[in-house]
Write a protein that binds this ligand. Structure first.
Ligand SMILES: [Zn+2]
Length: 206
């Protein structure tokens, strides 16, 4: 790869993250100031003076999935293992942003897989979920991307991912359905092909 185009690691001390590529915090800050004006606010009033800077940092954090590498996240946590019993990791919290309204949706992800000689350190599942959640998303794609990433990383006999989320764009505006939860799932390998495996997984989630 051309050395000149190599992503440069940038540590932003205030955001506290290592970025693969540079994020234009200054531009985000300027845009936030314009945004405030566009909604009829006065960015110069006292309560809003530091808001653009805060917004820029918040958005750097909320979209950090774009700048992390999955290889670095997984690094060193893949182990060889005997056995092929189902592993289920339940109730991984996620926070994401709906790409249609730029409003949060959040909830829990449940993951199951049947290993084929490779297992992943349990803490890494949350990191994989975050990697895909911390960007603009729709819940269906978030679910599929987590399943496909684990499929590639673990080369398991099967993997299943179920996500339950509430969407502020539904709750705060439009239909204002306060209690509607969205359920999405992605099943690969034996989780897709074998009904008994899928049922075992889903029964463990109840
Ligand atoms: Zn939305």
């Amino acid at each position: 790869m051309d050395q000149g185009n190599k992503p440069r690691l940038v540590r932003d001390e205030e955001v506290g993250l290592v970025f693969k590529t540079h994020l234009d915090l200054d531009r985000l800050e300027a845009l936030s100031r314009d945004w405030l004006k566009a909604i009829g606010e006065d960015p110069k009033r006292e309560g809003l003076l530091k808001t653009p800077k805060r917004v820029a940092k918040a958005w750097a954090f909320l979209t950090r999935g774009y700048r992390e590498s999955l290889e670095e996240i997984i690094n060193g946590a893949l182990f060889e293992a005997e056995g092929s019993e189902m592993v289920v990791v339940k109730g991984i919290e996620f926070y994401s942003l709906c790409e249609h309204h730029l409003l949060p949706f959040f909830g829990q992800v449940h993951i199951g897989y049947i290993p084929d000689r490779k297992i992943l350190g349990l803490s890494k599942f949350a990191r994989v979920v975050d990697h895909f959640a911390r960007r603009l998303q729709v819940q269906e794609r978030l679910t599929t991307q987590i399943a496909e990433a684990l499929w590639d990383i673990l080369e398991p006999k099967g993997v299943g991912v179920v996500a339950e989320g509430v969407h502020l764009c539904m709750m705060m505006r439009g239909v204002e359905k306060q209690h509607a939860r969205t359920l999405t799932s992605a099943m690969l390998g034996v989780f897709r092909e074998d009904l008994k495996t899928r049922e075992e997984f889903l029964s463990l989630l109840r």
